[in-house]
Design a protein around this ligand. Structure first.
Ligand code: F6R
Length: 608
């Protein structure tokens, strides 16, 4: 939520900042801006709307300065407008700040600053930072930023440029991700590695309370108490092409097509086939505690929450661990007393979701073992867990999660199987399960190869305004995920129910204008799903069904059928998810929606 970027080096900053902003745009896209140090003066330009508007406004800029900061915004305080776009500046327009996060005590600080004569220009919480820094600017830029941060409560990733201190950029992080990039041509700081990876793969992940002074000598990290801090350099293991569309019209479609590889990456190096067990290195240190675990809470949001819901079914299917799944934003409201043997698993693609972070902090306070299933390496959630597993799904840029969901499911199967081997399944059952799991990427590919059929169904159904999604057992979370995908990228109303619930209320909605998407592969709930479909048809409701290849019943009663290959019942969600994503994608495309950047959304939700 909001992307920030800073650069200080040997090259003109302007093109570097614009390129980085384009890569960060998925984090927020209601306005953008940047500031560059040009001959002891800071030049700043801001624009409402997408980055291309800012680019147009900078078409005549011949700025050569080699230090600058930039921002792309997802509004929290203050409407999306030029005046509220970052960078924000002090009264003298000498100090410029970009910020991701929320300054919780900004109102009180603003009133105090106004009483001391400061003039505010915007409605944002961020502007107080510029004025606070101004109060201390004679103490040097680093000290001034430190003093300002000591006065604020809340979260921040900031970058500060001051005309009074040319040749310096100050960066600070608390509760918002910031990564330094160290390259031959300079030093970068960004909310996401995708903004740096075209320049360097050497990075340093900043931690909470880190304060960084970047100048021509390099970078020094300290904390708010002026203690020097040392953070390890790491090498990113992916390349810039991973964060590009590679010929696809949208990142979402590219990421859907990357799913066979995402499943392979989630399994790579983690299967001991002869023993029929997965080996998850990231859990080794806590494995004994996990084996003794009696109760597991899964906490997550959105798509990651639906992965957690499936996690409950599959872990309970194969172990006697009691699993509860909570929306991370609600978890804190439960009066839970954790006994020994309780663990909490946070699932998060970004590793930065504020609700999930707060939930694991609460669980840690209560003494639970904290585990993570995270895609973004070095992210806050990854750092705050006792142990965990990385997805290795690569960068996910489309705002709607796709490949990270499939990857989360894959790893949940591995976790369930690792825990299950201490219970019932025999060696041959485990080996057969792993063999089937290994065949899943090819089966996903088969579904992707049939995308044109799903596109034709999307054309036929794109004019309806409301959709009902139904599934049972393992496919109930997939119905929820399908409905979420549709609503977030096409702005159509869609809701999902466990199919058994339909008769308890939602059936009242059904008529010829209210289609249902029914997940009805040949599994143990197939007959019941068929009955539900009959009930819908009896009320003239149009039905799109997802069924197993070769099913003869569904085409007789449904308007459209999308086939998926057969597999073990428990693994079906890895296949049935894919038509859900493609259907949503093609309906949104038919309706001319902004698929990769749906309105009001942002990829990484760093506010509660
Ligand atoms: C939906 C979507 C969101 C995220 C949710 C959690 O397509 O992307 O619902 O799943 O905001 O994000 P993470 O997984 O980053 O914690």
């Amino acid at each position: 939520m909001c992307g920030i970027l800073a650069y200080l080096g040997k090259e003109p900053a302007l093109p570097i900042l614009l390129e980085g902003l384009r890569r960060l745009e998925y984090r927020g896209y209601d306005s953008s801006g940047l500031a560059v140090m040009e001959d002891a003066e800071v030049l700043c330009r801001r624009a409402p709307g997408k980055i291309r508007v800012l680019e147009d406004r900078l078409a005549d800029a011949e700025w050569q300065g080699s230090a600058g900061i930039a921002h792309t915004r997802w509004a929290t305080h203050g409407k999306p407008s030029e005046i509220n776009a970052h960078p924000h500046s002090d009264c003298r327009e000498r100090i410029f700040v970009v910020h991701n996060g929320i300054i919780e005590n900004h109102q009180a600080l603003k009133e105090q600053l106004q009483q001391r004569g400061h003039q505010f220009k915007s409605e944002t919480d961020t502007e107080v930072l510029a004025h606070l820094i101004e109060e201390y600017h004679q103490e040097g830029l680093l000290q001034a930023v430190k003093e300002a941060l000591l006065a604020v409560q809340g979260t921040y990733g900031i970058a500060v440029l001051s005309a009074d201190h040319p040749g310096k950029v100050v960066i600070a992080a608390k509760g918002s991700p910031l990564i330094l990039g160290i390259g031959e041509k300079g030093i970068w700081a960004a909310s996401d590695v995708c903004a740096l990876v075209s320049h360097t793969r050497e990075v340093v992940y900043l931690h909470d309370d880190d304060l960084v002074l970047v100048d021509s000598e390099g970078y020094q990290i300290s904390n708010l108490h002026s203690q020097d801090i040392s953070r390890p350099k790491r090498t990113i293991d992916w390349e810039i092409r991973d964060a590009e569309k590679q010929g696809y019209p949208h990142f979402m479609l590219k990421e859907i097509h990357e799913q066979p590889q995402a499943v392979r990456n989630a399994m790579r190096g983690r299967l001991l086939q002869a023993e029929g067990i997965p080996k998850l290195g990231g859990l080794t240190d806590v494995w004994k505690q996990m084996v003794d675990m009696e109760r597991l809470f899964i906490v997550s949001c959105g798509t990651s929450y639906y992965a957690g819901l499936l996690g409950r079914y599959i872990i309970e299917e194969s172990t006697d661990i009691a699993v509860e799944v909570d929306l991370a934003s609600e978890f804190r409201y439960r009066k839970l007393n954790f006994k020994e043997g309780t663990a909490v698993l946070a699932i998060s693609q970004s590793g930065e979701t504020a609700d999930t972070l707060v939930a694991i902090r609460e669980a840690r306070r209560k003494g639970a073992l904290i585990l993570g299933l995270v895609n973004v390496v070095g992210s806050s959630i990854a750092r705050e867990t006792d142990a965990g597993v990385y997805n290795h799904a690569g960068p996910e840029v489309g705002v709607a999660s796709t490949k990270s969901f499939i990857s989360q499911l894959t790893i949940l199967y591995l976790i369930a199987l690792s825990l299950a081997r201490h219970q019932t399944p025999s060696l041959s059952e485990r080996q057969s399960f792993l063999r089937e799991l290994i065949s899943i990427p090819d089966k996903i590919q088969q579904i992707l190869d049939g995308a044109a059929h799903i596109q034709s169904i999307a054309r036929r159904f794109s004019q309806y305004r409301n959709f009902l999604y139904l599934g049972r057992k393992f496919n109930y979370p997939i119905a929820l995920e399908g409905a979420l995908k549709l609503k977030e990228i096409s702005y159509l109303h869609s809701e999902a129910y466990a199919a058994g619930e339909m008769k308890h209320g939602p059936i009242a909605l059904i008529d010829e204008d209210f289609p249902s998407v029914c997940l009805a592969p040949r599994d143990s709930s197939y007959e019941k799903m068929l009955s539900n479909i009959q009930e819908i048809k009896a009320r003239n409701g149009p039905v799109v069904a997802v069924g197993t290849e070769g099913d003869r019943e569904l085409p007789k009663i449904c308007d459209e059928v999308i086939e998926v290959p057969a597999t073990h019942e428990i693994l079906l969600p890895l296949l049935t998810t894919v038509p859900m994503q493609l259907l949503a994608y093609y309906i949104a495309e038919e309706r001319g929606c902004e698929i990769d950047q749906p309105r009001n959304l942002a990829k990484s939700v760093t506010v509660e």
